[in-house]
Design a protein around this ligand. Structure first.
Ligand code: SF4
Length: 258
């Protein structure tokens, strides 16, 4: 069946403001192993992993290692894999090391056009390689982050991946997130306590001052770059696009009879 943004209106109304676990359980029951979590090992992502694991929900967790991540982020991934037995952390890699890429194309991340290509090669393409393996990709985007994410819905479309995007934290407030990340057993990337509210590749991420916006440390060297583009919500949406999903999901997603 073809699913467009318009088809999601009722589904989004049904799950608007729903507790994160309700959405996680629904996605697990509907998609089973055809659903995966996406995490870059920032606190909202590891909080989502924690909730799923403690509810005994079994998901793959897709983590893209760009080859230029902080060692703390890699350790966070390893600790999460070690302590969350219901989850299978799968690391995806770019084709070339950062050094090989730099030899071939120069230091891409220093210019706006180069950054787009670098993020495409090192983040989007590795994820694209698992296209077809999942029908639902779950991520920890929140309206509370502001910017392009202020309008994130419970469900969205990812035409590049041919999958639904699911946002169990769409309505989670900053205070609710902080309460979650304080729970015993939740794995927290230590960079958050070193002045990094958000975390990406080390060449493009700095700590931020207390009076700066949370994302001020992302691509600080490039004016007007806020997102890498791996999340469709950050790129804006087009009502005309659609994805093809197996008919077996029709009743769970849209009601009616089989
Ligand atoms: S965040 Fe920077 S280093 Fe990482 S993939 Fe994007 S441009 Fe390259």
């Amino acid at each position: 069946m073809r699913v467009t943004e318009l088809d999601l209106v009722h589904l989004n109304a049904r799950f608007e403001g729903a507790p994160p676990l309700e959405l996680l359980r629904f996605v697990s029951a509907t998609f089973g192993f055809r659903a995966a979590l996406l995490s870059s090992m920032q606190k909202a992502g590891t909080a989502l992993c924690y909730l799923a694991d403690r509810a005994a929900l079994s998901f793959d967790v897709l983590f893209v290692d760009t080859g230029v991540l902080h060692v703390e982020t890699i350790h966070t991934r390893d600790e999460l894999a070690r302590t969350h037995p219901n989850l299978r952390v799968i690391t995806l890699y770019p084709d070339h090391s950062f050094a090989e890429q730099t030899r071939q194309e120069g230091l891409l991340y220093l210019s706006k056009e180069g950054q787009e290509r670098c993020c495409y090669l090192r983040k989007s393409l590795p994820l694209r390689r698992v296209k077809g393996r999942y029908d639902a990709l779950i991520s920890a985007l929140r309206r509370g982050e502001g910017g392009a994410r202020a309008k994130v819905q419970p469900f969205g479309l990812d035409p590049e991946m041919g999958a639904l995007r699911v946002h169990p934290f769409h309505a989670l407030s900053n205070d609710e997130l902080e309460e979650l990340v304080s729970r015993p057993g939740l794995v927290l990337n230590p960079l958050h306590e070193m002045g990094y509210p958000t975390i990406g590749c080390f060449p493009c991420t700095t700590p931020v001052l207390p009076n700066e916006p949370e994302r001020a440390g992302r691509w600080r060297h490039l004016a007007n770059v806020t997102y890498c583009g791996i999340n469709p919500v950050d790129r804006g949406k087009d009502d005309d696009v659609g994805i093809d999903l197996d008919d077996r999901y029709r009743v769970a997603l849209f009601g009616g009879s089989a």
